[in-house]
Design a protein around this ligand. Sequence first.
Ligand code: SAH
Ligand code: SF4
Length: 392
Amino acid sequence: MTRVIASSQPVQEGVPVADYRVNLLGLTEQKLTDFFLGIGEKKFRAIQVMKWIHHHGVDDFSQMSNLSKALREKLQQIATITAPEVLSVNTSADGTRKWLIRLEGGSCIETVFIPGKGRGTLCVSSQIGCSLDCSFCATGKQGFNRDLEVHEIVGQLWLAARSFDSLDPCKKRVITNVVMMGMGEPLLNFDNVVDAVNLMMADNAYGLSKRRVTLSTSGLIPEIDKLGDRTDVSLAVSLHAPNDELRNTLVPINRRYPINDLLAAVNRYLQKLPDTHRRATIEYTLIDGVNDSLDHAKQLAEVLRVVPCKINLIPFNPFPGTGYKKVKPAQAKKFQEYLINAGYITTQRTTRGDDIDAACGQLAGAVNDKTSRSRRFSAHQATYIDEPIQIQ
Ligand code: SAH
Ligand code: SF4
């Protein structure tokens, strides 16, 4: 049985006591079934409870009217349905909404909803901080704090969908897509992320299609190879450079997993998927004078020939202390046009929610910042920790 610390509450003056009830919010159908079998109940209880949680947004066992009173009371003793705590919610003039969420231990993450034409995308985090230290990424500059638990990852969707009254699959959905493009490297929190995305796609939970849940990775080959055995989520790869020499400087993990090997792993992943038409998304953050020339675009078009993909160009989002600058709009347009003419579906991410400092992949917020790397970074850049820290 999975044991999850759900919350801490003071029961005696000044003495916090951990709550060791099982948090059912983060359990997949299989784990919830094991939980009910483990307490001597029938396995169909798992589906009933999943639907209460994920279709109806219920977090109180006493409201689960198709369970016996005795079972409801038993669940209250041994289990809980606890999402992380929302500290604040901001909605931008363009409809972008940002939740500042406090996790167990006091650290904060952000979750952002970005409305679009006929769709609504939720950008969720998988870790507090990140250990991979990409040179253009503020999360990387903070260093790594900890992995998120499954209920903390799924909880971001649950909280957001509940606030839009968008959980019920029979109603028109407000959140139609989820991207794992918030803080952290999802594949370094492999088991929890796999459970979370599978829950997001499970019919008895949020029920999103596999095309609408996207996991973004900086390119960890062994984990990409394992991923296809556990899920069929859509894959996005953060390339950001068309050759190893440049990518080594932007995405240091490239020294271990160079571009051609990475693209071969992406192909292996795509080949494991049942749907032969699937393709990967290649993310490319455009940084002024670093990776945005037409020669880079030409190299990119060449190197990507080996993998079925579409390209998503992201204008670099500057943050205090970075030496990089945002691509010039005219240059971004030329870069995009080159790739389109070379035969690639190429989109450019527009910045949304400017008035609340929110853009998917480029979130802003105060995050606990205690690593030696962030201290080194802030020693060079005094403004860095004084201002809200940009997280991607
Ligand atoms: N760790 C994963 C997912 C989180 S990052 C990854 O690297 O893919 C989500 C996306 O935001 C990535 O493509 C990342 O490269 C991009 N990103 C990070 N910092 C950025 C910044 N300052 N401006 C623009 N994009 C950024
Ligand atoms: Fe980590 Fe992704 Fe940021 Fe790189 S871009 S430091 S992998 S979160």
